[in-house]
Write a protein that binds this ligand. Structure first.
Ligand code: CMP
Length: 211
């Protein structure tokens, strides 16, 4: 971006604190701009008619939310809710659209991000249809470790409720609880309340890979 473009973005952006559990935007909303995640984690999810909230993605620092519907001039396809306390910065639609028209490098970057999101969405569909619930839960735990890390005691830094884990893998909360308890008995993981630690990363990966 040129100095002028950066200044326009920086003058127009508004920083917002979002508390754990608060919604940033709802599915079906017409967004007046995009949200950049500066801290914390947001779940992007879609509520189905049977009441299940399918989590499509966990978005963290550096990710942009809402650009798809802003560019497509549609309403948002997913809702974004804070999993923990977040800081987001809002950039109005006009600034995004005018920069997209003026700056090909910026447009290319946005396109690159959307192409990446598309690949992730493909992988979600393939995983859902080809992997068992057990494999999907193992994969979700490994994903949480790779993307959000561990705390000093070796627990996964991102703490998700059992319901959220079930909603990430697309299963019932009871099935998720049962499989996590199997993993615990097999000493693949350790749990303390909601907190979980991976003990046997290799074995979980083998399970995901079908060995
Ligand atoms: N893999 C993904 N699938 C769908 N939406 C994503 C993905 N990653 C990020 N997003 C963002 O999540 C937003 C949800 O609302 P929108 O449909 O407006 O725009 C979407 C994208 O900006």
């Amino acid at each position: 971006m040129s100095k002028e473009e950066l200044k326009a973005v920086s003058d127009s952006k508004v920083t917002k604190q979002v508390k754990k559990g608060e919604m940033i935007f709802d599915e079906g909303e017409k967004l007046n701009g995009v949200y950049c995640v500066r801290g914390g984690v947001s779940k992007l999810s879609k509520l189905s008619p049977n009441g299940k909230d399918q989590i499509v993605k966990l978005a963290s620092k550096g990710e942009v939310l809402g650009q798809r519907s802003v560019i497509a001039e549609e309403s948002s396809n997913l809702s974004a809710t804070a999993i923990n306390d977040m800081e987001v910065c809002f950039i109005p639609k006009e600034i995004i659209v005018s920069t997209l028209h003026k700056n090909p490098d910026f447009t290319y970057e946005v396109l690159r991000h959307m192409a990446h999101d598309l690949k992730e969405a493909d992988d979600v569909i393939v995983n859902m249809s080809q992997k068992s619930v057990k494999q999907r839960i193992a994969e979700a735990l490994l994903y949480m470790k790779t993307h959000f890390g561990e705390d000093k005691e070796g627990y996964l830094a991102l703490v998700l409720s059992r319901e959220d884990i079930a909603n990430v893998v697309g299963t019932a909360t009871e099935s998720c609880i049962r499989i996590l308890s199997e993993f615990r008995k097999e000493k693949l993981i350790r749990t303390t309340g909601k907190r979980m630690a991976i003990l046997e990363e290799r074995k979980l990966q083998d399970l995901v890979d079908g060995f």
